[in-house]
Write a protein that binds this ligand. Sequence first.
Ligand code: 2AM
Length: 175
Amino acid sequence: TQAPAPGRRLFLALWPDPVVRAELARLARRLTPEHVPAANLHLTLVFLGFTPPDREAGYRAALDGLRPVPFTLELDRLGCFRGPRVLWLGPSQIPPALTALVGELQRRLAACDHEPDPRPFAAHVTLARRFSGSAPAYPLPSPIRWPAARIVLAESRSQPGGVRYEPLADWPVGL
Ligand code: 2AM
């Protein structure tokens, strides 16, 4: 038998601070019993996928010195991705600094031969998976304000109890 190739499943995400995480978790719990664990809440910026160690080292070097311009997300919109039956929360307005940040990440990663996702960036926080309902039609009573503070390189780990995300490195926003 052959050992699997070394590497891990990685992504770059905005990571909520404990206050924002608690607000997101409260909303998710209120909406559905199928909500994801509070610790899993994040907003993916770039999905990197399965990454061998030398490639990961290249990504980390390429992201060295990243200094994103601060911005605040107003998460005010619920929706569903039908295929994976994801219930998500997102901003109806994308701050220009967020668009610029994703572009900057893509540029730096492209220099390490990262294949960009052909699909356009869809800013969303997954609140539930295998969601059996449809997104509530009513507007979100009060948007969740998320001042971006931290970008994280995270590993997605499949475990018996479900997927878990492990922060490996982080970059501050606007410090
Ligand atoms: P999701 O929440 O919409 O499922 C870790 O898996 C993170 O990367 C999740 O936020 C997930 O988005 C995202 N992700 C997983 N597979 C992906 C893919 N093939 N393309 C883009 N994003 C992906």
